[in-house]
Design a protein around this ligand. Structure first.
Ligand code: C5P
Length: 363
């Protein structure tokens, strides 16, 4: 049994889940503010934000992978252990040796496997936009929680994860609880303001929006579980996998940018038009979120990720009460209690037959 990875005695599984819940709440509030605090004519380009997200996430993952290369790669007789003393760490010959090892890992024969979740995540982001354009934001948020169920279904199908009857019941409670939390007026009102500012009263097509949500839930579940499967089925380091994921995302993320006609001021200035402090803050929180999501998938799993993000709905509402003077309603308390009971029920010890039939080979 491998030792449980932990930081100061606290399992990384719990640290990453709580961090993801807090990150999700922060992102909801900052992204909302970055969009509604300025007139729609001055809003920043979403494709630029998506591309920057992938570039930054990929660069950070590359730096971490480089720093970890000695630990993350098993040594063979032809690749002897490098001494890790501080003076030798930066020796040019050692740096070159590590760069070569990193290159071999990133461009390994199985790197193409990451193209599947990468393309799915890019499609998901586009579908999200179609859904948000054609549905009321509150309706979109509620229906988007169906990804919890699609993730569970893909975990059972692809990872052969076994869920007990009480865990399926917990998932159902979670979906209901999230719906009840979001029905309450506070969140709906801000979402309506956001959507009316964002989409300038564009004519909505509810069926088109709903189909987009269903498809986005499908890609979210499939991409997340596929990434988990690739990660847990090989020895390759998480950070190498993240570099491969970001690299394969770049091409599809560039498509909407290439299709956008540049203004007279030139491509770069039109890409970064109105890209102010709040836009950068949104990108920074998204980058952090992507990295934490990857850690959650490694140290726990996609189903628990669903619980963390639904708890974040409760956290962001409480933050809105404190920051924006919202009223706590009965439906909010009811929905939160259902979410908390579902989380407790899912994590009952002894009722989980086996986390997965996959052999866990993570380091
Ligand atoms: O809504 P959902 O949980 O499916 O969103 C996952 C998000 O996390 C996506 O935006 C994806 O780009 C990001 N992610 C990441 N690195 C991973 C896995 C997911 O940045 N290894």
């Amino acid at each position: 049994v491998p030792p449980v990875p932990s930081l100061r005695g606290i399992p990384l599984k719990y640290i990453s889940l709580v961090t993801l819940a807090v990150q999700n709440s922060l992102l909801t509030i900052i992204m909302h503010y970055s969009r509604v605090s300025i007139p729609p004519s001055q809003s920043y380009s979403a494709p630029t934000a998506v591309l920057l997200n992938e570039l930054l996430k990929g660069s950070i993952s590359l730096a971490i992978a480089f720093a970890r290369i000695n630990r993350s790669m098993p040594y063979t007789s032809d690749t002897p252990q490098l001494p890790l003393t501080a003076s030798r760490f930066w020796h040019p010959a050692k740096i070159l040796q590590r760069v070569r090892r990193l290159g071999r890992e990133v461009f390994s024969p199985d790197c193409w496997k990451l193209s599947i979740p990468a393309i799915l995540y890019v499609i998901q982001n586009n579908l999200q936009y179609v859904a948000a354009t054609n549905l009321e934001a509150a309706t979109f948020q509620v229906s988007y929680q169906m990804k919890i169920l699609s993730t569970a279904a893909f975990s059972v199908l692809l990872l052969r994860k076994q869920l007990s009857a009480s865990q399926w019941l917990a998932l159902l409670f979670l979906a209901i609880g999230v719906g009840v939390v979001q029905i309450q007026t506070g969140v709906s009102d801000t979402s309506k303001i956001a959507s009316s500012l964002l989409f300038r009263g564009a004519s909505m097509n509810a069926l088109k929006g709903f189909l987009a949500v269903v498809a986005a839930c499908f890609t979210s579940g499939l991409a997340g579980v596929y990434f988990e499967m690739v990660l847990k089925n090989s020895q390759t380091d998480l950070w190498i996998r993240n570099v491969q994921l970001s690299a394969f995302s770049l091409l599809p993320a560039l498509v909407p940018i290439v299709l956008t006609r540049p203004s007279e001021t030139g491509l770069i200035s039109s890409l970064f038009a109105n890209f102010g402090a709040w836009a950068w803050a949104t990108v920074a929180i998204q980058v952090f979120g992507g990295l934490v999501t990857a850690m959650v998938i490694k140290y726990s799993d996609n189903i628990l990720k669903g619980f963390a993000t639904s708890l974040s709905i409760v956290i962001s509402f409480l933050a809105s009460v404190a920051l924006f003077d919202f009223q706590i309603t009965f439906t909010f308390i009811l929905g939160s209690v259902i979410v908390l009971i579902a989380t407790w029920l899912y994590n009952q010890p002894g009722r989980n037959p086996s986390p997965s039939r996959l052999t866990y080979v993570g380091k």
